[in-house]
Design a protein around this ligand. Structure first.
Ligand SMILES: [Zn+2]
Length: 290
């Protein structure tokens, strides 16, 4: 099977990465179902990179329909240790204007309908991973340096509110979220971060600001045409940052809270873990459950 060290998840407006060389298309099945699309595995800056369009390359899946578990599990099957994700977002801060890239470092969950997508661990095996700092600080710092290098308008730190969607916010919701001090709003990324932590993959996100949600009095309310126009510009900048960042990612394993998340998190006593659960989670827990 094709292998990759680095995973890239493309969000709205990011359905391919033409810069990958020696590409092969890899279609995977996981114990959690099928990923959003085939992975495009190729070489970038001398490293093997696996690109996945989160919504499918034709944008056929809504945020509530995406099989986040299959997407992250398949990354693990490919050998991915680092994930760089993009997420198109609305902004609650005047200074985070459209075109700004926010290296988010926190999440707030306001989803209502994704109970079965939250964890890999169920059916006889229970874990509670540390998630106080949900984004890999090492990778986020590295991306910040890369973003500065390529001239992006980039801000370090911010809270991402994950709404259910697919409709955008009402004005009342937007004003409440703004009053809470949230920085950006999106519909997808929290689940990837949670599952990446459970899979011991370093993950960081570039939140690409496309609009001001609908709180801003002197800007038009968010509409899909405006989102798409800005996202296309953001997508180009995202690609430039990824190209710059990939070459900076260490080839040697980095030990931190991400890569050791399960070391003390599996609460179920080994003798009580069903064989079937061990099999289902082999790519993730294999090294702990001999
Ligand atoms: Zn990390």
């Amino acid at each position: 099977m094709a292998e990759a060290e680095i995973g890239v998840i493309g969000g709205t407006g990011l359905y391919q990465m033409e810069q990958l060389a020696d590409v092969e298309e890899v279609r995977l099945s996981t114990p959690f179902g099928d990923p959003s699309d085939a992975f495009i595995v190729g070489t970038l800056a001398g490293r093997r990179v696996a690109f996945l369009p989160r919504h499918g390359r034709g944008h056929t899946m809504s945020p509530s329909e995406i099989n986040y578990r299959a997407n992250i599990y398949a990354m693990k099957m490919l050998g991915v240790e680092w994930i760089i994700a993009s997420s198109a977002c609305g902004s609650f801060k005047e200074e985070l204007s459209p075109g700004t890239i926010v290296l988010i470092d926190q999440f707030y969950d306001r989803t209502t309908a994704r109970g079965d997508r939250k964890t890999f661990f169920e059916g006889g095996i229970v874990t509670h991973v540390q998630f106080a700092d949900p984004i890999c600080a090492f990778l986020s710092d590295l991306l910040y340096g890369a973003a500065q290098q390529v001239g992006a308008r980039v801000v370090r730190g911010g809270t991402y509110l994950n709404m259910e969607g697919p409709a955008f916010s009402t004005r009342a919701e937007s004003l409440v979220h703004k009053a809470w001090g949230i920085d950006v709003i999106g519909m997808t990324n929290l689940f990837e971060a949670r599952l990446a932590r459970e899979a011991e993959i370093h993950m960081a996100t570039l939140a690409l600001v496309t609009d001001y949600d609908c709180w801003h009095e002197s800007h038009d309310d968010v509409d899909i045409e405006m989102v798409i126009r800005t996202v296309n510009e953001n997508a180009e900048m995202f690609r430039r940052i990824v190209i710059e960042a990939v070459g900076r990612i260490p080839a040697e394993p980095v030990e931190d809270i991400c890569s050791t998340a399960l070391a003390t998190a599996i609460f179920t006593r080994p003798e009580h873990i069903p064989v079937e659960a061990r099999k289902r989670l082999e790519a993730i827990t294999g090294k702990y459950l001999k």
